[in-house]
Design a protein around this ligand. Structure first.
Ligand SMILES: Cc1cc2nc3c(=O)[nH]c(=O)nc-3n(C[C@H](O)[C@H](O)[C@H](O)COP(=O)(O)OP(=O)(O)OC[C@H]3O[C@@H](n4cnc5c(N)ncnc54)[C@H](O)[C@@H]3O)c2cc1C
Length: 202
């Protein structure tokens, strides 16, 4: 990216639309980065019922996903449901993402493919001794600009709340990189009417 890059010019591709991927997409699109999500709908959430997601007493996993999908759609994420990513590679300026249908380019890639880690391996991400994708708290892999989130970065500690946190951490790190300073996505009560009136369906 050049020094004159603004958020409007920056694109993010998220591979996987479970809790980790949709969380990353929510934060990046909400804050002005053009975000596309590819998802094949094999999320484990369809098998789950949540009683341990703080702030939600009880919700079916598929119902949780329906709300999450509506939320990212309302903010304008380009969610390509049913389009599988077959390859991710580096280009001169960023990354190319291939599906059976087309080829796409992005400045950042967030991998959120659950316990399936082959795309991370193909693009050359380092793995831990336990065969998970190696990341720190910012969720960036050893390949600059590629993030890994959710079940793919943990051996067994698989929880929806952790996946959502991973996606948020990856997105904030991308937003900080674009802004050139630490990024906060802090809203206050007065923002509610602005956001709900102009941006998001109630
Ligand atoms: C039986 C069961 C019960 C559970 N109960 C709970 C619970 O009570 N509480 C809790 O917190 N957690 C629970 N979990 C765990 C929870 O479901 C996971 O932690 C969570 O779904 C992980 O989120 P993720 O986004 O990392 O991956 P996933 O939810 O698995 O999402 C990954 C997504 O990526 C897509 N994908 C993969 N490869 C590609 C590709 N190449 N191109 C496009 N898309 C791709 C998949 O189709 C999938 O939709 C349960 C899991 C199971 C199996």
């Amino acid at each position: 990216m050049s020094d004159e890059t603004t958020a409007d010019d920056v694109s993010v591709i998220v591979v996987g639309g479970g809790p980790a991927g949709l969380s990353a997409a929510l934060f990046t699109e909400k804050n002005g980065l053009k975000t596309t999500v590819f998802d094949t709908d094999e999320t484990w959430m369809h098998k789950a019922h949540l009683f341990n997601y703080l702030g939600i007493g009880s919700v079916g996993g598929s119902e949780f996903m329906a709300t999450a999908r509506q939320q990212v759609d309302d903010f304008g994420v380009d969610r390509r449901q049913g389009e599988a990513v077959t390859a991710v590679s580096e280009t001169k300026d960023g990354f190319a993402v291939e599906t059976e249908e087309d080829r796409y380019e992005a400045d950042f890639v967030v991998l959120a493919t659950g316990a399936t880690r082959d795309l991370a391996e193909d693009i050359g991400c380092d793995f831990s001794s336990e065969d998970t994708v190696d990341v720190g708290v910012e969720m960036e892999t050893s390949v600059e600009g590629v993030y890994a989130t959710g079940a793919m970065v943990r051996t067994e500690e698989w929880q929806a709340a952790i996946a959502v946190g991973d996606g948020a951490a990856a997105a904030l790190n991308i937003l900080s990189a674009v802004q050139g300073d630490h990024f906060h996505d802090f809203d206050v009560p007065d923002d509610a009417s602005r956001i709900f009136a102009g941006h998001v369906a109630e």
